[in-house]
Design a protein around this ligand. Structure first.
Ligand code: CA
Length: 440
């Protein structure tokens, strides 16, 4: 815990020193206009091409870069990361190396692919071993998720849900403005983008005057969230301070925390969400580093109540990321149904991590947090069908004329996101998943 004070003072200095974020850098790899992956991004993921084993990669433009090959050829030898770290099927070993090493690797990759650097650019044999077109890459779940915690950190979302299910005058419960509310979710059912999910079966009570029934979920929903991947932890009994927390968070993904609202409604009292949530959560395959998002930091929302010192964060807590939600009906065209922004968070990732560990709870590399549904202030910026259609009372009409109150079988739900400033666009790619019929 002594690290709190020593790390606090030079945070701004550290963020200014991230070489890979230099907006003037250009790559010798082609980057199409509006690409999510310019040389300033350098996210990390796990990929394979035909017949090869899954291994670590990054991406520039539409070109996937095999980091295991790059390391084997000696290009990453001065980064502090052993070459075999990049040849495993998850990022966990890399995450355990810590922020200084992640930053050194990202800076080194930036140097290798900088337009004026010929060391790899002019070596066609090495390029053939390192570069693949993105369309030929199979992407995998990038981390073995140890523990997963779901928060509830958008004030607009918590207010909307409280208004619908409890009392508009007291929509936020008394604790909400004092701590980031969360619960322990299910890590085993987190899947990578592109994985279809069956509509869950379960127990519900559609008629409050009648006994519960068993059957397919009728109120199948998504939740627009961001996922945080932890890079390092602390052992049991040690807390992570709010002003050192960003050193322990590796990066951010798009995250769809699928929800069975009818199952959830009947089961959640008094211990919270269970089978309405644990059948699946989907994440995007590329983890965008917290470092790459530093230029897009903005001040946190105004505190509506004073917060305790252990949650008081010195650096800007929010990140400006445009988010969109799309539905693609089976056989139809995708269509935007909501636009939101990561900046609508009331609680930051650093506050969540500080709160999570303030009692001495241990966390470790590969653990994940989700932000909670990110709803904006207007009805076209809500982050779930529950809110967009206001509990089924305001159906959405899609371009093909069909209506949605919740998701239908065959629908593919897509989340996309990107930060943009001064001509630099740092994107997340997408997370998509199709709803399959229930297995009865
Ligand atoms: Ca959630």
């Amino acid at each position: 815990m002594s690290r709190v004070s020593s790390l606090t003072s030079n945070k701004n200095h550290m963020s200014q020193a991230i070489k890979a974020n230099d907006p003037n850098r250009r790559s010798w790899v082609d980057v199409p206009a509006n690409s999510d992956f310019p040389i300033q991004n350098i996210p990390f993921g796990i990929f394979s091409t035909d017949g090869t084993a899954p291994r670590t990669a990054t991406i520039i433009g539409d070109t996937v870069i095999d980091l295991s090959a790059l390391a084997r050829l000696g290009y990453l030898s001065d980064t502090g990361a052993a070459a075999d770290v990049f040849s495993t099927s998850t990022l966990n070993a890399f995450l355990e190396l810590g922020k200084a090493t992640w930053r050194a690797v990202r800076d080194r990759i930036s140097d290798i692919f900088e337009a004026d650097n010929g060391e790899l650019r002019d070596n066609s044999d090495h390029k053939a071993q390192v570069l693949s077109p993105a369309h030929a890459a199979q992407m995998y779940l990038p981390v073995q998720v140890g523990d997963y915690t779901d928060f509830y950190a958008s004030k607009e979302h918590a207010t909307n849900v409280g208004t619908m299910f409890r009392d508009p005058a007291n929509a936020l419960l008394p604790n909400w403005l004092h701590l980031p509310v969360g619960y322990h979710g299910r890590a085993s059912s987190i899947v990578v983008s592109g994985t279809p999910l069956h509509r869950p079966m379960g127990q519900t009570r559609p008629d409050p005057e009648q006994p519960p029934v068993f059957g397919p979920c009728r109120l199948f929903d998504f939740e627009l969230e961001m996922g945080y991947v932890l890079g390092q932890g602390k052992p049991l009994g040690h807390r992570i301070g709010v002003n050192e927390a960003s050193d322990y968070i590796f990066g951010v993904t798009l995250f769809n925390d699928w929800s069975a609202r009818d199952i959830q409604k009947w089961e959640y009292v008094p211990l919270g969400p269970f089978l309405g949530k644990n059948f699946g959560s989907s994440m995007s395959p590329w983890i965008v580093t917290l470092d790459a998002l530093e230029p897009f930091r903005i001040p946190a929302q105004e505190r509506l109540k004073p917060i305790l010192p252990y949650l008081q964060q010195e650096k800007d807590g929010n990140i400006d990321v445009n988010l969109s939600v799309l539905i693609q009906p089976e056989g139809g065209e995708e269509e935007v149904i909501s636009r939101s922004n990561f900046k609508y968070m009331y609680w930051s990732a650093e506050q969540m991590l500080a709160h999570h560990t303030v009692n001495g709870c241990n966390v470790k590399a590969g653990d994940m947090f989700a932000s909670g549904t990110i709803s904006g202030p207007t009805p076209d910026s809500y982050g779930s069908m529950l809110e967009l259609c206001w509990r089924g009372t305001k159906p959405i009409t899609l371009k093909d004329g069909s209506e949605r109150k919740f998701l239908k079988d065959g629908d593919t739900l897509i989340l996309r996101g990107h930060a943009e400033k001064d001509g630099i666009r740092i994107g997340f790619g997408e997370v998509n998943g199709q709803v399959l019929p229930a297995i009865q």
